[in-house]
Design a protein around this ligand. Structure first.
Ligand code: B1M
Length: 211
């Protein structure tokens, strides 16, 4: 069995100590960090998502897997984030109000940092006014919102509208993502961009802040 598969399985089984150990081993063997993220940790979480959807597992098991995923991400973090890069721009990020899912948002934040952006992570279940306030006080170049629930993704529209009304001293771009979000939805609510995964989010951020 490859180390990628072992890591994915340890996430599925919710074994945080094992996930940590396997990640350390894989990095010591020189396996690329981006592949460990996609083909190990994210691959494992995708299986969890499928099983949850099919009612084969329930919230407690999902939480234990999420903990293992986080343990693995912490090992990966220093390998993805380079301290000596000059900032490419400031990004205020968070999961939208009413939504506690933060795994995908954390991955996006980590890869953005790795690509040289300064990321202000507001966490999960972030109130609409908090996004606007942070964009203002941090003088952000980009506001990134993540949503995993169809019931609360509408809050992203309000943030975008309120950002436009806020009279910020410099223009701020908006980028959205998360499993139920689509490019069409992004266009409909007036977001500047949509990305379906974390590496696309980095490309999009670079493109949005080019000028
Ligand atoms: Co929840 N959950 N959950 N859950 N959960 C989903 C989202 C669900 C699809 C499962 C299902 O039923 N099929 C479903 C939503 C259905 C819907 O809205 N139509 C659901 C539900 C219903 C719920 C609860 C309501 C369950 C309940 O209580 N009855 C509840 C809601 C709580 C709340 O938020 N208020 C709930 C709770 C939970 C847990 C707490 C147990 C846990 C979250 C733990 C945590 O995040 N700390 C959890 C989990 C883990 C999931 C699933 C299984 C996995 C999500 C995940 O982490 N995926 C999920 C099923 C699924 O998505 N298939 C499910 C892995 C992650 C890497 O992917 O987040 O998509 P993702 O992020 C990707 C891209 O989307 C993109 O890049 C990331 C990396 O590639 N991306 C962006 C994400 N954000 C981006 C932002 C960007 C750009 C790209 O720009 C800013």
């Amino acid at each position: 069995m490859s180390l990628f598969t072992e890591i994915a399985e340890s996430v599925v089984n919710g074994e945080d100590t094992l996930t940590r150990e396997l990640m350390e081993k894989a990095l010591a063997e020189g396996l690329p960090s981006a592949e460990l993220l996609e083909n190990g940790l994210v691959a494992g979480m995708s299986v969890v998502g499928q099983r949850f959807k099919n009612n084969e597992i329930f919230i407690p098991e999902v939480l234990v897997s999420a903990r293992a995923m986080k343990a693995g991400m912490e090992i990966l973090r220093p390998h993805l984030v380079q301290d000596d890069l000059q900032s490419r721009g400031k990004v205020v990020m968070g999961t939208i109000q009413g939504d506690l899912h933060d795994i995908g948002k954390n991955i996006v934040a980590m890869l953005l940092e790795g690509a040289g952006f300064e990321v202000i992570d507001l966490g999960a279940d972030v109130k609409i006014e908090r996004f606007v306030e942070a964009a203002k006080t941090e003088e952000a170049d980009l506001v990134g919102m993540s949503a995993l629930l169809t019931t609360t993704m509408i809050n992203m529209k309000t943030v975008i509208e309120d950002l436009k009304k806020a009279g910020l001293s410099k223009p701020v771009k908006t980028m959205i993502g998360g499993a139920p979000v689509t490019r069409d939805y992004a266009d409909r609510i007036g977001a500047d961009g949509y990305a379906s995964d974390a590496s696309q989010a980095v490309d999009l951020a670079l493109q949005l802040l080019k000028n």
